[in-house]
Design a protein around this ligand. Structure first.
Ligand code: UD1
Ligand code: CA
Length: 488
């Protein structure tokens, strides 16, 4: 669908949102990896408006940094007192006028608390508005429970005549199940003129934007209401129960789109994805998996069960089971998990392996290198084709400074090694079991640390821990050994 570029999208976000019972403004609560306001602004972006204006009031200081990050194109207008939706729109238009901007063409109005709104729906609303040559087109919806919403009133011919608020409606009007979504397309020039004429002579004593419909119709202009296909899209979130409901619906929608694009989602009920996540074709997502933030997964990969990935890149054909990862890169055909923790700055090259009970942080692991079990790798650069033996620790922190370790190509680090940074192990080197590697190991050398050899201090427990259960057990064992010796 192609429509004319709207002159402006105005997003109302000045209300208090008291029912969230939160320190955070309602519009900044998150679902699917974006604030509710962020979702609305993303939908607005699809219409390619010349201006985006967010009207702020309550707790507006919370929005500054957020808006700069998610919608640097948006400007803000301040509504000092929340005197109603019509008053808020007037503040936005007066702010634009102060900047010398006189809007012509279409102006779109939305609220900041409808996170399920899609860009296509706003484009559809503008198309309908243009097609019908309306002065205002309200986006409406048929809902199972219209309570609390403004109702779309139509005459005997089905012609839209006005919007009546819940608190001002007659019993017959309250029975109407077509509601006003709070989103509209306006003729911008007519809107600018008519908002000057809004009265606050109503149950709430506020300037209602909804009164614009009756006023413009009274002036002889065409007004219309366009029914949304999916009423969930226009559902406002007022409390945290509705927030959870919207989050579930958004998740269902994202998973549905992924499945239609060629991703197998084994159990949508226990799989969570966020709006920015991408997954390639023929990838299988197993149950109980959560993919967050900017996570990108390639094709033919297997993720889960039980994967928790945030801002993580997974290459084609990789397998990632029972893993928590954040800010990590997992190469093509790499093998990760189960019970693996990849922290920020971890880069596993193609065909690398990080196995069970392995934690990796801020490290590069070269292609085909393996860290199969029970190991911590921090601040290390490991070359290609190397193997880190079971139960090794990269000691990267001396209590003051962090240092890096370098392990070359085709190195074999023995089991239970302690690699004390800063240290370099050359290509093709080996180390023995239990080595404590403090000094650089030349290429091709075997590192053994004799100082680590076992020494038994006889009778230590009895002397140093008298009276303990250990001392008692040791004493009894000695007595038994003595008796055995006497018998022989
Ligand atoms: C409004 C509509 C109602 C519609 C409903 C849809 C009016 C008079 N009524 O009612 O027909 O069914 O939305 O959700 O418009 N806001 C401001 N400044 C204000 C007042 C509100 O910015 O002074 C913002 C709020 O932050 C919110 C939006 O406008 O984003 C809607 O305000 P709200 O008070 O929720 O309006 P409703 O009474 O629900
Ligand atoms: Ca509302």
């Amino acid at each position: 669908m192609s429509v004319k570029r709207p002159a402006a999208v105005i997003v109302l976000s000045a209300g208090e949102g008291t029912r969230m019972k939160s320190k955070l403004p309602k519009m900044l609560h998150e679902i699917g990896g974006r604030s509710m306001l962020g979702h609305v602004l993303e939908a607005a972006r699809a219409t390619d408006p010349e201006h985006t204006v967010v009207v702020l009031g309550h707790k507006r200081e919370h929005f500054t940094e957020h808006l700069a990050r998610v919608a640097p194109e948006a400007s803000t207008a301040i509504q000092e007192e929340q005197n109603g939706t019509g008053h808020a729109v007037r503040m936005a238009l007066e702010d634009l006028a102060r900047q010398g901007l006189k809007l012509t063409g279409t102006a779109v109005l939305t609220c900041g608390d409808t996170p399920l709104l899609r860009g296509e729906t706003l484009v559809g609303l503008i198309a309908e508005h243009e097609r019908e040559g309306n002065a205002v087109t309200a986006l409406s919806a048929r809902v199972p429970d219209p309570h609390g919403y403004g109702r779309i009133v139509r005459d005997a011919d089905g012609e839209f005549t006005e919007i009546v608020e819940q608190s001002d409606a007659t019993p017959e009007q309250l029975a109407i199940d077509e509601i006003n979504s709070g989103m509209y397309a306006f003729d911008a020039a007519l809107l600018t003129e008519v908002v000057q004429r809004l009265s606050s002579d109503n149950a709430k004593g506020e300037e209602y934007i909804t009164d614009v419909v009756g006023l413009l119709r009274g002036d002889g202009h065409r007004v219309g209401a366009w029914v949304a296909d999916d009423w969930h899209e226009v559902q406002g979130v007022n409390n945290r129960a509705q927030l959870a409901e919207a989050r579930r619906l958004l998740n269902d929608r994202l998973l549905h789109d992924l499945m239609l694009s060629g991703v197998t989602v084994v159990d949508p009920a226990t799989t969570w994805v966020e709006a920015e996540v991408t997954i390639g074709r023929d990838t299988v997502v197993h149950p109980d998996t959560r993919l967050y933030g900017s996570t990108r997964i390639g094709e033919d990969a297997e993720v889960g069960p039980g994967a928790d990935l945030r801002d993580t890149v997974v290459g084609d054909g990789a397998v990632v089971r029972q893993t928590t990862a954040e800010g990590a890169e997992i190469g093509a055909e790499a093998d990760v998990g189960p019970y693996t923790y990849l922290r920020p700055g971890t880069r596993l090259a193609e065909r690398a392996k990080a196995g069970a009970f392995v934690e990796v942080k801020n490290s590069n692991v070269g292609s085909g290198s393996k860290i199969p079990h029970l190991t911590y790798v921090g601040d290390a650069d490991i070359g290609v084709g190397s193997n880190i033996g079971c139960s090794s620790v990269f000691v990267n922190y001396d209590g003051v400074d962090k240092s890096r370790s370098t392990i070359g190509d085709h190195v074999r680090i023995g089991s239970d090694n302690t690699i004390v940074a800063p240290v370099t192990v050359g290509d093709g080197a080996y180390s023995g079991a239990g080595a404590v590697v403090r000094d650089d190991v030349p290429p091709g050398a075997l590192a053994v640390s004799e100082g680590h050899r076992q020494r038994n201090v006889e009778g230590w427990t009895l002397r140093k821990r008298p009276g303990t259960a250990s001392a008692e057990a040791a004493e009894q064992a000695e007595r038994r050994a003595g008796a055995d010796a006497d018998e022989q």
